[in-house]
Design a protein around this ligand. Structure first.
Ligand code: AMP
Length: 217
């Protein structure tokens, strides 16, 4: 499948993407994960991106488009891809449209994950992430805790609260989402690509997406 996942921070994009990848072998491309790995590795890209990310601001479009132009041409994308956290602005969406045309790639669907602000705030303030950039397993202190001493159950690395998941940063990220990213819903609606899915129960959401994809084949 070739799909875009839209939704506010905490809407469940990462979780849904993982289920969909397990289903048909498509790969998840998360610009957030790529940027966090770059920050951790201390690369030029990471140094440029860190300040924006810590504040909850978006990284400049030009940096993101450079990453994605290269990433979409890697051989593993031939199996299909799920874009998680990209595009985030109308400019990125317009440039992605041109890029896909140039690469002769057709998208199947744009999925918009809908969830209330209260649920988002609760999910994000209780979320924890494995600090190992190769793993990045997501935990939740209420519903999916790590080990008793705060370690990842998959790889044993410490599980941490991300710098951009403090309450202050989350409120700012939601504001950024409403101003810069929410307009993409209208953009893809106009393109005739958009479908909305409630994102309260991930299994039900995944089943709904699979059904919708099937009806397009
Ligand atoms: P995420 O894990 O997708 O919430 O991304 C974490 C942070 O990385 C965001 O708050 C932004 O600072 C940055 N980021 C991720 N994807 C993008 C993007 N497509 N455009 C601009 N900034 C991004």
């Amino acid at each position: 499948m070739r799909i875009i996942l839209l939704g506010a921070p905490g809407a469940g994009k990462g979780t849904i993407a993982k289920f969909l990848c397990d289903f048909d072998g498509s790969i998840q491309i998360s610009t957030g994960d790529i940027l966090r790995a770059a920050v951790k590795a201390g690369t030029e890209l990471g140094k440029k991106a860190k300040g924006y990310m810590d504040r909850g601001d978006l990284v400049p479009d030009s940096l993101i488009m450079n990453i994605m132009e290269a990433r979409l041409q890697e051989p593993d994308c031939e199996k299909g891809f799920i874009l998680d956290g990209f595009p985030r602005t109308i400019k990125q969406a317009e440039e992605l449209k041109d890029l896909l045309k140039k690469l002769d790639i057709k998208l199947d669907l744009v999925v918009n994950l809908e969830v209330s602000r209260d649920v988002i705030l609760d999910r994000l303030t209780t979320r924890r992430t494995c600090s190992n950039s190769e793993c990045q397993e997501i935990y939740n202190i209420k519903s999916k805790p790590p080990t008793a001493d705060g370690k990842c159950k998959k790889c044993g690395s410490p599980v941490i609260q991300r710098d951009d998941e403090t309450e202050e940063a989350i409120v700012y990220r939601l504001k950024t989402y409403n101003e810069k990213t929410a307009p993409l819903i209208g953009f893809y609606e106009t393109e005739g690509m958009l479908e909305n899915f409630a994102s309260t129960n991930s299994q039900e959401t995944v089943e709904g997406i699979k059904k919708s994809l099937k009806s397009k084949v």
